[in-house]
Design a protein around this ligand. Structure first.
Ligand SMILES: [Zn+2]
Length: 287
């Protein structure tokens, strides 16, 4: 093979540089926020949520949505929160409730600015607010959707945590072409944003891995209910998963995806709001 001339080498280097510059420009950058919009006034202990955890440690149960703010005008939510008019919401003796769309305004994000919503699972506290965001496109696991709108309502019913009106809201989104059903585990659904299954919090619940451009963050939602689950590697109490082994294995997998356990954000633990820098009242930036 003839050796390359200086001119050819220079040309090759220029091509490599151009490719690298292009790749860097393509990389999306994200800021990630946890937005607490309600707390439970009920005196929960850790053992009420994580099987085998402390019966003496009080637990501040919070309800959150998570904002992934892109640098190219994309504003993605993980979960949509809920209205506080249902019996399910009232059972939690809510304090400090702010409707999720109003809570977002504290970050200068309007409901119509939300471009996408990733639904981790269809329990009322994560899906009831889907009609608050008029322009959003929705992303949900196909198997979770099928079970939620179908089998769950057959006899014998298996509808714990499900609310009928949310089935209707979700069907409406699908009829209007605003829902994408994701077919299984480990799927990149947007640049730098990948979803995973296996925890079986619901039939096919999913968690979200965000590559922010500088870090990797997992928005676990209820695939890690509280810190005691992930720190002590404990499954949730009965009703928290269809597969305790699957839940534990998923948490092991999550730990392998991030540089520090700090970047795995549980669904309902109020300590999230003490671990990170406050961006506004009950809102922290995860970084
Ligand atoms: Zn929940």
């Amino acid at each position: 093979m003839p050796s390359m001339t200086a001119k050819q080498i220079l040309l090759s280097l220029i091509i490599v540089c151009c490719c690298l510059t292009f790749a860097t420009a393509q990389q999306s950058h994200y800021k990630v926020y946890a937005i607490g919009f309600a707390r439970s006034g009920y005196p929960f202990m850790e053992a009420d949520w994580a099987a085998g955890a402390s019966k003496a440690k009080h637990l501040d149960i919070t309800f959150s949505i998570w904002l992934i703010k892109g640098d190219k005008g994309r504003n993605i939510l993980v979960d949509a929160g809920f209205y506080n008019d249902t019996k399910e919401a009232k059972e939690f003796q809510l304090t400090e409730y702010t409707r999720p769309d109003s809570a977002l305004r504290k970050l200068n994000v309007k409901p119509e600015d939300i471009t996408d919503i990733i639904i981790s699972h269809p329990h009322w506290d994560h899906i009831d607010g889907i009609d608050l965001f008029p322009k959003a496109h929705f992303w949900m696991q196909k198997e979770d959707y099928n079970y939620f709108v179908g089998q769950a309502w057959q006899t014998p019913k298996d509808t714990g945590g499900f609310i009928e009106r949310n089935v209707r809201k979700l069907l409406e989104l699908n009829l209007n072409g605003r829902l994408t059903l994701i077919n299984g585990d480990n799927k990149e659904i947007m640049p730098g944003i990948r979803v995973f299954t296996g925890s079986k919090h619901t039939y096919a619940s999913q968690y979200t891995l965000v590559n922010t451009g500088t870090n990797r963050i997992i928005l676990a939602s209820d695939n890690v209910w509280i810190y005691a689950n992930i720190v002590q590697m404990l499954p949730p109490v009965s009703g928290g998963t269809l597969s305790p082994t699957g839940y534990i294995n998923a948490m092991k997998r999550m730990k392998s995806m991030v540089s520090d356990i700090r970047y795995i954000i549980p669904g309902h633990d109020g300590k999230v709001f003490q671990k990170f820098i406050e961006a506004s009242h009950n809102i922290v930036e995860i970084k």
